[in-house]
Design a protein around this ligand. Structure first.
Ligand code: AMP
Length: 281
C-alpha cells in the first residue's frame, strides 16, 4: 500500500488503476482510524478493485474553539489499519496542498445544513461539502463510502451529489459500535473512564427508544421528551439536541412513520458526541 501527499500523485495513481479497468472505491476520513473506518474500507474493497482512503483533518469544517489542533493524529497506526482492511493507497495531503494561498471557492448546500449539527456548528457542513467536492474531483471514484454514524453528513452529501450532478455513487454504511453500544469515534479517545461510562447514555437512550417504537409508540413529541429526560439522568451529560426527523429531508416529524432518523448530540464533559438510529416504520 502506498501513501501519497500531492494531488498530482493521487490523480496519477487512480488514472493507472482505471486504465487497468479497475473500479475505484473511495473512503474519505480524518484519520485516527478505528473499526468503523475499517468497515467502510472493507466494504469498498469488496465492491471495487482499487480503494483510496484519504486522511485529512480538514480545517474548514472546524469552528472557532473546536478541536482542530487537538484532533488525534497517527499516520503510522492508520496505515496499518487501512492496509489490513484492504486499502490500495492512502491520500494524506497537507493543508497547503488542499487550500493553497489565495483559495476562494466553497460549496454550500442550503437548508438541511442548518439543522441538527449545523445549528450548533455553523459553517461545519460548508467545510465538509467543500472538501468532499475537492476530493471527489481529485480521486474520481466510482463509489464513495460514508458512515451512517454521521447521518446528517450522508444526507447532505447525497443532496450535493444530486444537485451538482456528480457522477459518483454514495454508499451509506451501518454504524459500528463498541461491545457495550457506544458508537465508535475518533473523539472517544478524549473521554476519561467516568466519561466513557457516562457516554453510554446516548446509545442506551436510542436503543430504549427503538424498543418503545417496537411496542407501538408513534408520537415523536412524546418519544423525544422521554429521550431528553433519560439523557438528563446522567449528570455528566449535557444535551445539544435530540431530533426525530425524516431521514432524507431532515424535516421534523410528528408521527413516527416512514424513513425515520432519531439523532442526538450530547456533550459528555468537554467532548461532543453524536449518535443516531434510522428506522423504517
Ligand atoms: P471521520 O474520520 O470521523 O471523518 O469519519 C470518516 C468516515 O467514517 C465517515 O463517513 C464516518 O461516518 C465514518 N465513521 C466514523 N465512525 C463510524 C462508525 N462508528 N461506524 C461507521 N462509520 C463510521
Amino acid at each position: 500500500m502506498k501513501i501519497v501527499e500531492t494531488v498530482k500523485q493521487i490523480r496519477e495513481e487512480v488514472a493507472r488503476a482505471r486504465k487497468e479497468g479497475k473500479k475505484v472505491g473511495f473512503v474519505p476520513t480524518m484519520g485516527y482510524l478505528h473499526e468503523g473506518h475499517a468497515s467502510l474500507i472493507q466494504r469498498a474493497k469488496a465492491e471495487n478493485e482499487f480503494v483510496v482512503v484519504s486522511i485529512f483533518v480538514n480545517p474548514t469544517q472546524f469552528g472557532v474553539g473546536e478541536d482542530f489542533e487537538t484532533y488525534p493524529r497517527d499516520l503510522e497506526r492508520d496505515s496499518e489499519i487501512a492496509e489490513q482492511a484492504g486499502a490500495n493507497i492512502i491520500f494524506h495531503p497537507t493543508v497547503g496542498e488542499m487550500y493553497p494561498l489565495g483559495y476562494r471557492t466553497y460549496v454550500d448546500v442550503e437548508g438541511i445544513t442548518s439543522k441538527l449539527c449545523g445549528a450548533s456548528r455553523p459553517g461545519h457542513f460548508r467545510g465538509v461539502t467543500t472538501i468532499v467536492s475537492k476530493l471527489f474531483h481529485m480521486v474520481k471514484a466510482d463509489r464513495a463510502y460514508f458512515g451512517q454514524k454521521d447521518a446528517q453528513q450522508v444526507a447532505v452529501i447525497q443532496q450535493m451529489v444530486r444537485d451538482l450532478n456528480m457522477d459518483i455513487e454514495i454508499v451509506p454504511c451501518p454504524i459500528v459500535r463498541e461491545a457495550d453500544g457506544l458508537a465508535m469515534s475518533s473523539r472517544n479517545t478524549y473521554l476519561n473512564p467516568s466519561e466513557r461510562q457516562a457516554a453510554l447514555i446516548l446509545s442506551q437512550s436510542l436503543f430504549e427508544a427503538q424498543g418503545m417504537i417496537d411496542h407501538g409508540e408513534h408520537d415523536a413529541g412524546k418519544l423525544g421528551f422521554w429521550i431528553k429526560e433519560n439523557i438528563q439522568t446522567e449528570p455528566l451529560a449535557k444535551i445539544d439536541y435530540v431530533e426525530i426527523v425524516d431521514a432524507v429531508t431532515l424535516e421534523e416529524i410528528e408521527e413516527i412513520k416512514g424513513d425515520v432518523l432519531i439523532a442526538l448530540a450530547v456533550r459528555i464533559g468537554k467532548t461532543r458526541l453524536i449518535d443516531n438510529i434510522r428506522l423504517e416504520v
